[in-house]
Design a protein around this ligand. Structure first.
Ligand code: SAH
Ligand code: SF4
Length: 482
């Protein structure tokens, strides 16, 4: 768990300069290895968890490549394997640990291999102890705030031939300029802030990602411009609670201003954001969405529960009435907006009546997608010590009922698209289009499968698709003549 230390919000230039020195030493060590082994040294980064982790992994990979590694397509061929881990639910941790266990075998075959665990899971003391004691073939761990320190970490491990543990030390300065290797050239993550101050009682994120801090607007805007100029067509602004962007920066720019500034940039692109906390959705934000066509017609608004009692014990700071009020305002301003949500089933003490309230809110709103999770107790969080009489069987049964209701609603919602023609960003590369089957997403973030002349190069283009059929997770259609 992280210590509470005051944040410095400016970038830490001293640290960047330090890293340059380490980077030179790592480059030299890699060249020496390459000469000895007669091959390039390669890196493989695998992500567990959320979009923020995906964005961080692109920095880890970019940083490793800048040191001289080449990207390995296969885990088994790599000389540096980094797993970027998640701690939000136990399942995610167990998966990362089990995958880590499998590396023992690979490591025994390649004595050059370095193994690192990164991110949320290893920013918890008890997990670091697990790694120290049970996974001797892991060479280093690094917490979420170590992104700019990969050169130092690798240098330390390579030169000293020791296992190293770079757990977050509570220094939450933002360091700009970490190299990035993006997975897609048409879709891009753009982190606008880090950490979280909300402390929902079930959630480990504030404990493993530290206090909330925002990047300076000029840094965000220049990265947005870079993405747009580089041909990116779909940008997602990332933060645990994007609505509180700017707090602590004292520059008078809030999230709605930032969103509007990017939406007004030249270029053909959609602009998304996640995640919004329902307690902070402002009228100004709704106005910006309404007035700027480039802002995608999709709002991810996690409700977590429909019961006021549970919301209070979750420390969510809104009621079901507040939530429904936000939904109504959004729909009044932007009638075609799609709404998605997160729901936790089986929070400690959740009664049948509480759960009925959640079903009720799903019935009223009609979400386009629901990410639902069975509550998972998290080490050190208040909810983990709350009394819980709900059995696992009851929780799974409620989960199934929630999914069943959502299924009924989504079929109805998606059928409403049939016969309409909608704009889709095609994500199928030309070399995968020989069967005339293409895929992409619309402004509402729905997945669209469509047919067109085989071999047409539509990758990264906005095209008109007529919807002919609706499924529960995707829509199907045909390309309209352009
Ligand atoms: N900052 C975002 C996302 C946080 S984690 C937000 O506030 O919405 C993503 C989702 O994981 C949460 O919305 C919540 O639904 C779920 N989650 C978090 N902690 C959980 C836990 N202990 N058990 C089950 N689901 C959890
Ligand atoms: Fe977790 Fe709540 Fe922060 Fe989201 S807002 S990251 S759920 S503490």
């Amino acid at each position: 768990m992280t210590k509470n230390k005051t944040n410095t919000l400016c970038e830490n230039t001293a640290d960047i300069n330090n890293q340059k020195k380490y980077a030179d030493r790592v480059r030299a060590l890699l060249l020496e290895k390459e000469a000895r082994l007669g091959r390039k040294m390669s890196v493989y980064v695998q992500t567990f968890g959320c979009q923020q982790n995906e964005a961080d992994s692109e920095r880890i990979l970019g940083s490793a490549i800048s040191l001289g590694y080449v990207q390995s397509e296969k885990l088994e061929d790599a000389d540096l394997i980094i797993y970027n881990t998640c701690a939000v639910r136990e399942h995610a941790e167990l998966k990362a640990l089990s995958k880590t266990g499998q590396l023992k075998h690979i490591k025994s075959k390649n004595p050059e291999l370095l193994v690192g665990l990164w991110g949320c899971m290893v920013n918890q003391e008890h997990r670091v102890d697990d790694i120290k004691n049970k996974y001797p073939y892991v060479d280093f761990v690094a917490g979420t705030n170590m992104l700019h320190r990969l050169p130092e970490i690798l240098c330390d491990v390579m030169e000293n031939h020791r296992r190293r543990y770079y757990v977050d030390d509570g220094d939450y300065s933002i360091v700009e300029g970490v190299p990035v290797k993006r997975e897609s050239d048409i879709k891009g993550w753009l982190s606008i802030m880090y950490g979280c101050d909300n402390f929902c009682t079930y959630c480990v994120v504030p404990h493993v990602r530290g206090r909330e801090r925002s990047r300076r607007p000029e840094d965000v805007l220049s990265e947005a411009k870079e993405l747009i100029d580089g041909g990116c067509r779909d940008i997602t602004l990332l933060g645990q609670n994007v609505n509180s962007y700017g707090k602590g920066l004292d520059c008078g720019i809030g999230f709605a201003d930032l969103l509007e500034s990017i939406a007004k940039m030249d270029g053909d692109f959609w602009l998304r954001f996640m995640t919004s906390h329902p307690k902070d959705v402002s009228d100004e934000l709704i106005r910006v969405i309404k007035e700027n066509e480039k802002v995608a017609r999709h709002f991810h608004l996690p409700v977590q529960s429909g019961s006021n009692g549970i919301l209070r014990r979750m420390n969510r700071k809104y009621t079901r009435e507040d939530y429904l009020g936000v939904v109504e305002k959004l729909r009044r301003a932007v009638p075609d907006i799609t709404l998605t949500t997160d729901i936790i089933v089986g929070f400690p003490g959740e009664t049948e009546e509480d759960f009925e309230q959640t079903l009720d809110i799903v019935r009223i709103v009609g979400f386009d997608s629901i990410y639902s999770f069975i509550y998972s107790p998290r080490h050190g969080t208040p909810a983990a010590s709350m009394e819980d009489k709900v059995t696992y069987e009851e929780k799974t049964e409620r989960f199934a009922r929630l999914m069943e209701l959502h299924h009924e609603k989504i079929v109805e919602i998606n059928n409403g698209y049939v016969g309409k023609t909608i704009k889709v960003l095609c994500e199928t590369p030309a070399n995968e289009s020989d069967r005339g089957e293409y895929g992409g997403r619309c402004t509402g973030n729905k997945l669209i499968k469509f047919t067109a002349e085989p071999g047409t190069d539509l990758y990264g283009k906005f095209v008109d698709v007529e919807i002919t059929r609706a499924g529960d997770v995707q829509l199907y259609g045909e390309l309209r003549k352009q």
